[in-house]
Design a protein around this ligand. Structure first.
Ligand code: ADP
Ligand code: ZN
Length: 434
């Protein structure tokens, strides 16, 4: 028997889903127009009135908003209900600049937690599971979201938060955690730490992990699955749209179903703003359909991915988004070539290296340089007493084949690259580009 948290919604026939979305969109647009002067101005400037929006096909008529709008209206300029109706504030991690805050009514929190519960169930979770939440708690949405979802499902929730790896491992073993929720970089670190303490992948009770909040590759998935002895599922979200749970992976593990009864997803050309057809790669844009306090209309995420409506064997009808390969602002232009850190990660793991690496970009004599520091595992280190140079060259050439530009690879001893408990920072760009 297949499991869903909210079967009717998750398996709704497309036609019915479209009708539901259209109705909700009409109401949402009216809500923002009447209650958020900032949105009203944007719509007035574009000459669009709430009456012009009658179905999802009318979405393109609406103006986009971006992080810049949210920063401009900080803190309460996007509030669409009286503040006394709000019960929670969360904030972005500030990975790419000043933090943005989001506010929630009780209904907003409930819907968000439902989305996270759907993700846990899709990863095989039930009320009998022990859900070990090692996302950060606090303003960051990771901890709160998965915690709430686990409660909704009635699972036993361990609010570990991030950090204190010793205690994470002790509780994971003593309390027999079955589902681990954290960033993929922290999952990889936990796998490594368990191994160092002499545990085999079969020694823990984990069966699945729900990892997100940062880009990670298929190679990283394989690495985590084998080091922890689990199935690793992706989950996506951003504070602006509630938090994690906007989209989640099912047993197929090839793309995340977008919770389309609550969010409309579009892919646009990031340069022209033109809506692209299904299957084309571009910037992901979300419109919230139910959010009361902090609704979003055509919010540009800057995340680059592809949407697909190919039928999924899990029975869910929601559109699937591919793993975002990184944000448009993670993309580096090095010697005129577009480079995503995820491409480098793919090569490293394929070549048998650890997912512990750092990328340094600089400009020397008007020419870009790319240095990649890659940590060796303890075994690799002791095996590589000689031949360092040859190994560095061979890895550099594999990376060159992927990127088309020549990096300098530095193999470094075990434990010399800092581990991350939350979102990993992997790129240092020293170029002073304006
Ligand atoms: P910040 O923008 O400060 O990092 P958030 O903590 O809200 O704020 O992070 C949201 C962003 O994290 C997304 O826009 C996306 O770039 C990234 N992200 C979240 N989940 C994933 C995922 N599963 N894969 C790739 N990137 C992700
Ligand atoms: Zn599916």
């Amino acid at each position: 028997m297949r499991n869903y948290y909210q079967k009717e919604a998750e398996t709704m026939p497309l036609e019915q889903l479209r009708r539901l979305q259209s109705e909700k969109l009409k109401a949402q647009v009216k809500h923002v127009y009447e209650n958020v002067p900032y949105y009203k101005n944007l719509m007035d400037e574009k000459g669009v009135k709430p009456e012009d929006i009658n179905c999802v096909e009318d979405l393109y008529k609406l103006p986009f908003i971006s992080k810049a709008d949210l920063r401009e209206t900080y803190p309460y300029g996007m509030l669409a209900v009286p503040l006394s109706e709000c019960v929670r504030i969360q904030s972005t991690s500030g990975t790419t600049g000043k933090r943005v805050i989001a506010y929630y009514t009780q209904k907003d929190v409930d819907l968000w937690e439902d989305c996270c519960a759907r993700a846990i169930v899709a990863a095989g979770g039930t009320k009998d599971d022990v859900v070990h939440v090692s996302y950060g708690y606090g303003l960051f949405t990771g901890g709160a979201g998965l915690h709430g979802g686990s409660h909704k499902l009635g699972s036993l929730t361990l609010p570990m938060s991030s950090g204190n790896t010793e205690r994470q491992i002790q509780f994971m073993m003593d309390l027999k955690s079955t589902i681990l929720c954290c960033t993929p970089s922290y999952a990889a670190y936990l796998g490594e730490s368990l191994k160092e303490r002499g545990y085999k992948p079969t020694d823990n009770h984990l069966k699945a992990g729900i990892f997100g909040a940062e880009p990670w590759t298929e190679e990283m998935r394989k690495d985590i699955e084998s080091s922890l002895g689990i199935k690793a599922y992706d989950i996506y979200g951003l504070t602006e749209t509630s938090g994690p749970g906007v989209a989640f992976e099912c047993e197929e593990q090839n793309g995340m179903h977008v919770n389309e009864d609550h969010f409309l997803a579009e892919i646009i050309d990031p340069d022209t703003g033109e809506v692209l057809p299904e299957g084309e790669k571009g910037e992901l844009v979300f419109t919230s359909l139910d959010k009361e306090a902090f609704p979003l209309i055509r919010y540009r995420t800057r995340d680059i991915c592809v949407l697909s409506r190919k039928k999924c064997s899990c029975g869910r009808t929601f559109v699937k988004m591919s793993k975002p390969m990184g944000r448009s602002d993670d993309m580096m232009i090095i010697k005129g070539v577009n480079v995503f850190p995820s491409q480098i990660e793919t090569v490293l793991l394929n070549e048998g290296y650890t997912p512990n690496y750092k990328i340094e970009v600089d400009r020397v004599n008007n020419s870009d340089t790319l240095d990649i520091y890659v940590e060796l595992s303890a075994e690799q280190f002791s095996d590589t007493v000689s031949g360092f140079n040859a190994k560095e060259k061979s890895l550099a050439s594999a990376i060159k084949t992927m990127l088309g530009i020549q990096p300098v690879v530095h193999l470094v001893p075990p434990k010399t690259i800092e581990r991350s408990e939350g979102k990993a920072v992997r790129v240092i760009d020293k170029r002073k580009l304006v």
